[in-house]
Design a protein. Sequence first.
Length: 133
Amino acid sequence: MEDEHHIFSNCSHFDNWRQEAGQQLKNTLATRLNQTKLDNKTVEDLLNKAEFFYKYDLNVWPLGDSQYYLGYVPKIREWIKKEKLSQIALERFEHGIYCDWHNTGVRLASRIFGELQRRATRAWDERKGKMGR
């Protein structure tokens, strides 16, 4: 029996989709980060974490388990708090990143869930067809 964490974060059937979503998030954040004056190490760190946002990673998720499929995003303030931004600029930047990460995660979770529903329906129809003969 597979649980939701396995399906959304570990299942090899969806590895390519998770990699695509991570790359998409990385590209979206790169565009956002190019408009800021963050130091290069912070930018590189955020982009690396974004790429692996959908996987098990203790550096991204405090408890080690990715929970993007529940709509969660990890706390990123600690990753950017050392930057010298005004409070309003920091909050705006942080909110933008949260929105990017959340939206990409919701799209990925929806895509995986939709595929699971298609597979379940197909399996149900096949079983029903065999029983009706």
